[in-house]
Unconditional design. Sequence first.
Length: 199
Amino acid sequence: GFGFSFLEAWTAGKCLWGRILPDICTDFIDKGIQLNHLYESLSVPLDWIGKDRFYHKWRRCLFKTCHDFNLTPDSDRVDQAFDTLTHNNRIDFGMLDETFQKQVLLKLFSEDRAKQLLLDINPFLNGPGQLKDNHDFIGRNQKAILSGYNKAVYENRLLSLYKKVVKKPVNHKIDKGKLLQSFLNPLHFCLLKFSDYES
């Protein structure tokens, strides 16, 4: 948890490879950890899961989730977001729920043509984790992590926060509407997070 999976491999002298999660990794990058070799999305053809099927499930889930929080999404904005998310008749694998992801995986396991198409669409999959200066890259990240995220640094940060809270009353007001709208933004609405699991 807390993004430590983005840090631990480097401290063991291993290269991490996979998908970057900007919401988690921004702090690490600001501390000098290089993660620009990680991929941001994994595109799959929409016809592997059925565009209409995905659209109806995604839209229904978005509207239901918004309704649960007493929000009414703008229908035109939702459709515009869908068009953006499915540009070139592709969708990011991370936006799919488990049912659709399973469907994609089954296609890849059963069809060699599908594997090649996925590699063509996502060329970075041809060389996972391959870096020109792998040893130096690992060393630089290891050094940044050990200096910026060691036990003493964590202890000092935590004690500093505790002292601030004890010495000064904390008052804040969160605009719940804005917070909800950021989580329920159609451009970032992910079935994996919000849909009911289907086996």
